[in-house]
Structure formats: C-alpha cells, structure tokens
Ligand binder design. Structure first.
Ligand SMILES: Nc1ncnc2c1ncn2[C@@H]1O[C@H](COP(=O)(O)OP(=O)(O)OP(=O)(O)O)[C@@H](O)[C@H]1O
Ligand SMILES: [Mg+2]
Length: 247
C-alpha cells in the first residue's frame, strides 16, 4: 500500500513561493489502478514524483508497504526506487539504442547477468507485443510502439508499482486504447499497482479503479470508478465526469 499523508511541496519561483502540492493525503491499495486527474498545473506530476521521492516533499509522510521513504538513507532509497517503474508522456527512450537495449538498460544498472538480461528483456517485449521490434531503433517505431517499449523497460525489473505520467497524452484515441489495455494486462496479470496521472476523463474511465480529482495542489475529491453511476460532489468532478467535459 502507498500512503501519502499531508504531503506539501512548494517551489520558489521568480514571483515568490508556489505551493504545487498542498497538504494531500491519499491511500492507494495494493493491486489497484489509481488515477490523479485535473487541469494543467493542478500538481498531479509533482505529487506522482513524490511517491518515489524524485521530488522530495517539504513535509508529510510517504509510506510504501509500511516503510517511510522520507527517512531512508540515499542508498536504500535508490534500491526501493528500482522497484517502482515509471512511464512518461514522451517515452524518454534512448534514441541511439534499440528497443532491446532500451529495455535492457535498467537491468544493466542493476548488474544482472547478460543471459538473464536477455531472457527477461525478451519476456517483457513479448508482454507488450513487440518481440518483432527488438532490434529496431526508436526512430523506426510509432508513438504507440515507443510507449510499449517504455512500458517494457518500466516493468523489466519486476516492480511492484508503476507510476505513469500522462502515458497516452501524445497518442491518438485508438493507440491510447491499445496502451491502456497493456497497462490493464500488466496490472491484472503481473499484479502491479499502477498510479496514473491523466487529464483525460476517458482514460480514467477505462483503467482506473479510483480517481482523485486535483485542483490547485489539493485533492478535492476521490471517486470510486467501479460504480456504474458516479456521484461527484465538487463542481470540477461534476464537470469532468457528468458533463463529459474534457480538459
Ligand atoms: N521544478 C519546478 N519549479 C517551479 N515550479 C514548478 C516546478 N515543477 C512544477 N512547478 C509548478 O507547480 C505547479 C504544479 O505543477 P505540475 O507539473 O505538478 O502540474 P500538473 O498537474 O502535472 O500539470 P500538467 O497537466 O500541465 O502536466 C505548477 O504551477 C508548476 O508551474
Ligand atoms: Mg504533469
């Protein structure tokens, strides 16, 4: 379980202090797909990056499986971070490396043997349906294929948690559906807990078990998406989920 308690993150900007995440508390259960949705600048990415401490909160508690990440020594934190995969909007692939090499990279850092690496990389490329593209460079791949390589790379170290920041925002609706189906598969078949940031209501509807609506650094409401009929309380959630508003 991921437990965020009273997370606060402030940035110093030219115009003074900016509170990107303002006293947010959320609990994400093992095995669920949990979403954060909101307008641009709401603090979604900042909060997501607080989970693996890529952003260190000014205050608050980050507990993952009961362990307080905030007080872990750097070396231990790096170890834990390897068990948390990440997927980004713009894939962040190495351009001068093949799909195989991109997926293999985290294993090289973890000093996994060559044989084991090969086995595991091919396994992960197969999971995302890209066995045939193992030797292709990113420049030869479509956006959806690049994101599938990025997903394979994110799961290659057997993480328990996958953090996804707008994983489909650069993709067309059909490719978005394909990527969401792979994320669902990974969640169900591999039991990986997924935390996903999106500004698209459709994405939240398709994959998320629960969704927190964020506005101006705060979580204003959390919705259970398994209910056929949603009963949003806040104006923003009503706009998003009842009126079908897009952002
Ligand atoms: N490194 C930084 N330095 C200063 N301000 C920052 C930094 N990172 C984020 N911010 C500010 O914090 C606020 C929240 O940013 P964040 O990127 O978390 O929003 P977001 O909800 O992910 O938005 P988007 O949907 O556009 O990605 C914004 O006002 C942003 O300008
Ligand atoms: Mg963002």
């Amino acid at each position: 379980m991921i437990r965020l308690t009273e997370i606060k993150k402030t940035y110093q900007t030219a115009n003074g202090f900016l509170c990107a995440v303002d006293t947010v508390s959320v609990q994400i259960h093992v095995g669920e797909v949990f979403g954060f949705i909101g307008f641009s600048g709401a603090g979604k990415s900042t909060l997501l990056r607080c989970i693996n401490l890529l952003e260190r909160p000014d205050s608050g508690l980050v507990l993952v499986d009961g362990e307080n990440f905030m007080t872990l020594p750097k070396k231990e934190l790096l170890k834990r971070r390897r068990k948390i995969g990440m997927v980004f909007q713009h894939y962040n692939l190495l351009q001068n490396a093949t799909a195989f090499e991109n997926v293999s990279f985290p294993l090289e850092i973890a000093k996994v043997t060559k044989n084991e690496r090969r086995h595991r990389v091919l396994q992960c490329l197969q999971i995302v349906g890209l066995s045939e593209k193992a030797n292709d460079y990113p420049s030869k791949l479509s956006g959806g294929q690049k994101q599938r390589v990025a997903i394979a790379r994110a799961i290659v170290t057997n993480p328990k948690i996958l953090l996804c920041d707008e994983p489909t925002s650069a993709l067309d609706p059909q490719t978005t559906q394909t990527i969401l189906q792979y994320l669902k598969l990974i969640n169900k078949e591999l039991g990986i807990t997924i935390v996903l940031v999106t500004h698209e209501m459709g994405v939240a509807r398709t994959v998320c078990d629960r969704v927190s609506v964020m506005e101006k650094g705060k979580v204003i409401e959390t919705l259970d998406m398994s209910n056929e009929t949603l009963f949003p309380q806040s104006e923003l959630a009503k706009y998003l989920f009842i009126n079908g508003g897009g952002i």
